[in-house]
Write a protein that binds this ligand. Structure first.
Ligand code: GLC
Length: 457
């Protein structure tokens, strides 16, 4: 009897342990998001604003690269820090402008390749508090202001640090001074080699960034100087996800990124998966008053439409001046883009990548419910607007952002081979042709179905 009840109690305890053990992975996995879930907001973001801001904004030099390219000595390059005042730093103004521009996220350079940090990192004195008259944290208020306007917070972070005394470089540096700027505990000097010390430093700064500012997105750069193993990229990604399970990471953490990051060149074929094109408004990332080669608004809007029609986001770059204000031209571009997006917002935010080539001469977008097809038109159409291979029945055709509805006819095709005829849409009234890109909405009676065959013979 005694043996029996003891046995039963034991059995119950064992079963309980097994149940808890069995449950705990499920409990854990509730916190862990899949990559798809983490990227959900990003997939629908469409427009982000990129900001390159650092000591290079002072004299309008190129960001960081004059060091590597031996165009400036380290000393001369960093003399610029004396002018980095951030005197008119007002991130709420930035945030308001970016929201009006139609952006859903912002990415600010927390540290570029030169190593100058925009937050008071305890791992180096080469930061805006200790090494410039700005004397204040520039990341915290930025993150807060962006969040207030409903924008996701991104931070650019250069893996490369060309000022870190343990980081291998190809140019001459004042090593003694750098050792003072990047203080290291004695035990590290004694027991670790240069690479190990640099990795400690890298992980230390990442810890500060991830835990103090909780960015939604970390935008790495510079990974190309070493392989994933050298950067401890896998470990770094694991740490970031541990610190913040929602965080997403761009494609420059070697093979540990979450999405692709083409730069400047608009892809001609659709990149697979989730992606973002980063592009400058003129020819430079940071503020360079000598560079007046701004892209016309028409080009920026077309590029935006082309990027989203291929399923990507556009990360459009501007460079604030050293005092934190923005160049008039850059503001004008963002306001112009915002005006266009606002007029056409139904075609921008509630859509996904459009039709493959062959159906329409121009970019297209498809509503998330597959019930509306958007056709982007650059010029003034002649005769009719043609759409090929549309199988679904049409309910209505509208000019987005106006009250105009357009008539259409369907003609031709080969019914016996199930090849739909061409849809000929009437041309909109001249007053409804947009100055930049006109968008026609084709509302469907049923979810979009298209013919993609090669005809019959
Ligand atoms: C390049 C450059 C860098 C710039 C970045 C933005 O990788 O090295 O200066 O910040 O592109 O995408």
């Amino acid at each position: 009897m005694f043996y029996n009840s003891g046995f039963l109690i034991m059995k119950k305890i064992i079963l309980l342990i097994l149940a808890v053990a069995g449950l705990s992975p499920a409990l854990f996995s509730q916190n862990k998001e899949t990559k798809e879930q983490r990227l959900e907001w990003f997939k629908n973001a469409k427009l982000g604003i990129f900001m390159h801001w650092g000591v290079y904004s002072v004299n309008g030099t190129v960001e960081s690269w004059p060091l590597k390219n031996k165009q400036m000595t380290w000393e001369d390059y960093f003399k610029q820090a004396k002018g980095f005042t951030a005197a008119n730093y007002n991130p709420s103004e930035w945030a308001e402008l970016f929201r009006k521009a139609g952006a859903r996220y912002v990415v600010l350079t927390s540290k570029h390749h030169d190593g100058f940090a925009l937050w008071p990192t305890k791992y180096s004195k080469l930061n805006c508090v200790d090494y410039s008259p700005a004397k204040r944290d520039l990341i915290g208020p930025y993150a807060e202001a962006m969040r207030k306007e409903g924008l996701k917070v991104g931070l650019y972070f250069s893996l490369i640090d060309w000022s870190h005394p343990d980081y291998p470089v190809n140019f001459k540096r004042p090593v003694k001074e750098l050792k003072k700027l990047y203080p290291q505990p004695n035990w590290q000097k004694k027991h670790l080699n240069a690479h190990e010390r640099f990795i400690k430093f890298l992980f230390g700064q990442m810890d500060e960034i991830a835990n103090n500012y909780k960015p939604d997105l970390l935008w790495f750069d510079g990974g190309w100087e070493h392989d994933a193993e050298w950067w401890r990229a896998g470990e770094l990604k694991d740490s970031l996800l541990k610190w913040d399970p929602h965080i997403i990471v761009n494609g420059r953490l070697r093979d540990h990124g979450d999405y692709r990051t083409p730069e400047q060149g608009i892809p001609v074929t659709r990149p697979g998966g989730i992606w973002e094109l980063c592009m400058t408004t003129n020819d430079n990332w940071g503020y360079r008053p000598s560079d007046t080669n701004y892209k016309p608004l028409a080009q920026i809007i077309r590029t935006f439409v082309e990027v989203i029609s291929e399923g990507g986001n556009l990360l459009l770059d501007i460079g604030p001046k050293a005092d934190g204000t923005l160049d008039k031209k850059q503001v004008e571009i963002l306001e112009g883009l915002g005006k266009w997006i606002n007029k056409h917002k139904e075609a921008v935010y509630d859509t996904k990548a459009g039709l493959l080539p062959g159906h329409f001469y121009g970019p297209t977008l498809i509503s998330k419910d597959d019930k509306t097809l958007y056709l982007a038109i650059y010029g003034i159409p002649k005769n009719y607007i043609g759409l090929k291979g549309l199988k679904s029945k049409i309910k209505d055709i509208r000019v987005v952002g106006t009250d105009e509805h357009l008539g259409w006819v369907r003609n031709g095709g080969a019914v016996w081979s199930r090849i739909p005829g061409i849809v000929r849409i009437n041309v909109p009234g001249k007053e409804n042709i947009d100055k930049y890109v006109t968008v026609i909405a084709v509302d469907l009676k049923e979810p979009l179905k298209v013919y993609r065959g090669a005809g019959n013979n």
